[in-house]
Design a protein around this ligand. Structure first.
Ligand code: F6R
Length: 271
């Protein structure tokens, strides 16, 4: 992990993430984003859309790839990530409809679903900026504990803590799918830059283990320590278990002006 930014509250964490994303989109209109669903990045996505509108940015060249998808849901299921992206995320960010590609997790097409998705990401030139949340069990994407640190997009079995956490989108635990298609940890590490956002005390332990624990398949997010251009934006509650939080705050408050809003856009395929 190259940088840990501790924001006073979830709203300012969202604004920080939005500023990093919008700086990238402004400099590179053909940016390829990696998109997490779930609650953590939603405020940041809305703030990206607001900033794009305020600056009259043309985002029609921006494309994205979702991190993961549930297997076997009917195509009109409201919790299907493809539908969440179309209904909530693309409008929030003011991206073109259908500009975010999602893994195909249709039953009967799963054998090569991972390879097909990897080929699409490759053809797009790779992911410039991957936005991530983190599970209370340390997952990134749906790479549950034990996932290979070099894994690629594939079918995975969801862990029970994940199914329990996500039952809020399904109206009950029993109806949460058991399988998913997720970008692998190796796929995530290939992104040119990664931003992880986490808020709330429930994420404090997984954030500590991700940023300060040993790099281990038992804590999938710890693989981000191997990425040379990764930023974690957390609020004070999610930072609660960090041993070195004073240092992170000191480094952030002494950040040279020329590096802000840090760390400038990454080279994209349009550069
Ligand atoms: C979602 C995803 C997951 C979530 C994680 C946190 O596409 O890949 O890793 O980011 O489960 O979810 P929230 O943000 O809802 O707490």
């Amino acid at each position: 992990m190259t940088e840990v930014i501790i924001a006073p509250n979830p709203a300012s964490a969202a604004q920080l993430v939005a500023e990093i994303v919008i700086t990238q989109l402004e400099a590179h209109p053909s940016t390829v984003l990696g998109i997490a669903t779930g609650s953590s990045p939603m405020q940041a996505y809305l703030a990206v859309g607001d900033r794009a509108q305020a600056r009259s940015l043309d985002l029609t060249g921006v494309r994205g790839f979702g991190l993961d998808e549930y297997v076997g849901l009917p195509s009109d299921h409201p919790a299907m990530y493809r539908n969440v992206v179309r209904r909530e995320i693309e409008p929030a960010m003011r991206l073109l409809p259908d500009s975010i590609e999602m893994p195909d997790a249709t039953l009967g097409t799963l054998a090569d679903a991972g390879d097909r998705y990897e080929a699409k990401i490759s053809k797009a030139g790779g992911i410039d900026l991957q936005i991530l949340g983190i599970g209370t069990n340390g997952h990134i994407g749906f790479n549950e504990p034990g996932s290979s640190l070099s894994s690629r997009t594939r079918v995975k079995t969801l862990a029970e803590p994940t199914r329990l956490a996500n039952r809020r989108f399904f109206g009950g635990h029993e109806t949460v799918p058991i399988h998913c298609v997720t970008q692998g940890i190796g796929t995530i590490l290939d992104a040119r830059r990664v931003i992880l956002i986490a808020t709330g005390a429930a994420k404090a332990r997984s954030i500590h283990l991700a940023l300060e624990g040993p790099v281990s398949a038992a804590n999938p997010a710890s693989a981000l320590q191997l990425h040379g251009n990764a930023i974690a934006v957390v609020d004070v509650a999610a930072a609660g278990d960090l041993r070195h939080r004073e240092y992170y705050q000191f480094a952030w408050s002494n950040k040279p002006k020329w590096q802000r809003p840090h760390p400038g856009p990454v080279a994209s395929i349009d550069s």
